[in-house]
Design a protein around this ligand. Structure first.
Ligand code: AMP
Length: 243
């Protein structure tokens, strides 16, 4: 817990937006550790449904394996249900949702139903050429979820997780080059267009996702510092320049 008083993320709702491999999941993990927020990742929810072999999981699997998008109503239903299980005091990170303009509109309705307001849309800006390299090399510990990379971050002791000592590792089936290219194309066509919608509401905070992980973490932390402050809608240009 946080000994230094209420978390600045109390009841805060943020979206992490960026293409696959931008570091959304990693940064969401940091926000959970740093601020006690809860990560709602539609990708994780769908993968859990696939592993559990539920009807929804069976329906989603083929779409996910191709790198295409699952239907707006399915993923929005998952988010609605997950929010229903949280106290209004809990700060939430939306990771990988919304991914279309329709989902963004549905999220507004869902948030209103749960008495929440969107505070920030954090855009992780990345160089697309680096993404294929990032994604195709990544794998995680099957026990604790710690992230690794074939070329940039191998476990210190080969085959043993640095964090928990686990020896099983997992790769996402959709982290192959062909699927990654489809996922990037889906991002460009369907997800990137929602940024201007949020920018017009003064909600977008752009962070350099190519910087070191720790630097990105600190930058996001800085953005969330003004405790409890709500961002009023307004043109993005009216914002003061970042310090
Ligand atoms: P992610 O873990 O966020 O990269 O998501 C993995 C896959 O799950 C995506 O390529 C989509 O097939 C599906 N998916 C996850 N979130 C969404 C969403 N918000 N809308 C549609 N499909 C999604």
């Amino acid at each position: 817990m946080h000994a230094d008083g209420p978390s600045p993320a109390r009841g805060v709702n943020i979206i992490l937006l960026g293409p696959p491999g931008a570091g959304k999941g990693t940064q969401a993990g940091f926000l959970m550790d740093d601020l006690g927020m809860v990560q709602l990742s539609t990708g994780d929810m769908l993968r859990a449904a696939v592993r559990a072999g539920t009807p929804l999981g069976r329906e989603a699997k083929a779409v996910m394996d191709r790198g295409e998008l699952v239907s707006d109503s399915i993923v929005s239903g998952l988010i609605d249900e997950a929010l229903g299980g949280l106290s209004p005091e809990t700060g939430v990170i939306f990771d990988g949702y919304p991914r279309t303009a329709a989902q963004a509109a549905l999220l507004d309705e869902i948030l209103a139903r749960h008495g929440r307001t969107l505070d920030h849309v954090i855009e992780l800006a990345v160089d697309e050429d680096a993404l294929v390299d990032r994604i195709t090399g990544r794998f995680t510990c099957a026990t604790c979820g710690e992230g690794y990379h074939d070329r940039h971050k191998l476990p210190v002791q080969p085959g043993v997780c640095d964090r928990c000592g686990g020896t099983e590792f997992r790769r996402r089936p959709d982290d192959n080059e062909e699927t990654v290219r489809t996922r990037l194309a889906e991002y460009r066509a369907k997800t990137a267009p929602i940024l201007p919608i949020y920018a017009a509401r003064g909600l977008v905070r752009r962070v350099d996702g190519m910087a070191e992980m720790a630097q990105v973490r600190a930058e996001i932390r800085r953005l969330l510092r003004p405790a409890g402050r709500r961002v009023e809608p307004g043109p993005a240009e009216a914002r003061p320049p970042a310090a």
